[in-house]
Design a protein around this ligand. Structure first.
Ligand SMILES: *[C@@H]1O[C@H](CO)[C@@H](O)[C@H](O)[C@H]1NC(C)=O
Ligand SMILES: *[C@@H]1O[C@H](CO)[C@@H](O)[C@H](O)[C@H]1NC(C)=O
Ligand SMILES: *[C@@H]1O[C@H](CO)[C@@H](O)[C@H](O)[C@H]1NC(C)=O
Length: 266
């Protein structure tokens, strides 16, 4: 004997619906974190702001980003840090309003591409990966392959439109203004500022400063490790003692200009 099709399918679809609802409910349980877990990473107000003033083709900036700053993401430090990348560095504005960069036009172009990427992808993890990729190419003398970094990081290419539309220049000028208003003024790049404290020559010791500046409850393990407590500020003395400090000085570039500062500050 045959059942009418409608009767036959009813219990099945009913069961399917129940199953679907149940799975949705379970999924929601998984996605909505229990309220207690919000305390496991630093509360937003406790976060330490780390600003890096740099330019795309200064080899010491590239080295710092690729071999040092990346530690933020390789440890749990990033949970207490608000990282700000400011790709302007020692660039300046000529009297005719064109931007001049220490390492030439490629640097101006890549500063803007990075500025656009940072703005379009405000998520630290996303834009850092891109900047890291580009700076690694720069270290390897292959910065002209910068386009590959979109593919390698899975980001879209809208930062290129941002450059061509001229929006990138607007972003550049914001970064220029911020850089020119630093107190104290940056003397070189990479220039690292941790919660308003300029680390100056000691910039590679940034982890120590971050851990010191952090006033939150939950101490990241990167701030507890024995390797950190073994570090001291003597590292800076060592550098001052060495006559060579791995930085790109602002003076070398600024000497070529007269109008930097006045132009943007007004
Ligand atoms: C603007 O001035 C700079 C530096 O003086 C010069 O190199 C550049 O060619 C000028 N650009 C234009 C469009 O005049
Ligand atoms: C500084 O350099 C001198 C000579 O190279 C050396 O004798 C001295 O130990 C160094 N001081 C420090 C603090 O590294
Ligand atoms: C900048 O210019 C001044 C005066 O022309 C000169 O004495 C100084 O050595 C220059 N600085 C650099 C870093 O080239």
């Amino acid at each position: 004997m045959k059942m009418p099709p409608s009767l036959h399918s009813f219990p099945r679809s009913f069961f399917f619906c129940c199953f679907l609802l149940l799975s949705l409910f379970l999924l929601l349980l998984l996605l909505v974190p229990p309220s207690s877990s919000s305390s496991s990473s630093g509360a937003p107000n406790d976060k330490v702001t780390v600003s890096l003033y740099y330019e795309s083709l200064c080899p010491y900036c590239a080295d710092f980003i690729v071999n040092h700053l990346v530690r933020l993401f390789q440890t749990d430090l990033i949970s207490i840090v608000n990282l700000r990348l400011v790709p302007w560095g020692n660039a300046w504005i000529a009297p005719n309003a064109s931007i001049i960069c220490q390492h030439g036009e490629d640097e101006c172009f890549l500063n803007t591409i990075e500025a656009c990427t940072i703005t379009i992808y405000p998520d630290m993890m996303q834009h850092f990966r891109f900047v890291e990729c580009l700076e690694r190419l720069s270290l390897e003398g292959r910065h002209r392959q910068w386009m590959n970094c979109f593919q390698m990081t899975g980001l879209g290419t809208s930062p290129i439109d941002c450059y061509t539309s001229g929006n990138g220049k607007t972003i550049d000028l914001r970064y220029a203004k911020e850089t020119s208003e630093l107190k104290p003024l940056h003397r070189f790049v990479p220039w690292v500022v941790v919660n308003n404290q300029a680390l100056q020559e000691d910039y590679r010791n940034f982890v120590t400063y971050i851990c010191r500046a952090y006033k939150g409850q939950v101490i990241p393990s990167a701030c507890r490790s024995s390797s950190l407590s073994a570090r001291t500020y003597d590292e800076s003395n060592e550098k001052v003692n060495n006559s060579f400090i791995p930085v790109c000085y602002a003076d070398e570039a600024r000497n070529l200009t007269i109008h930097f500062g006045n132009k943007i500050k007004q």
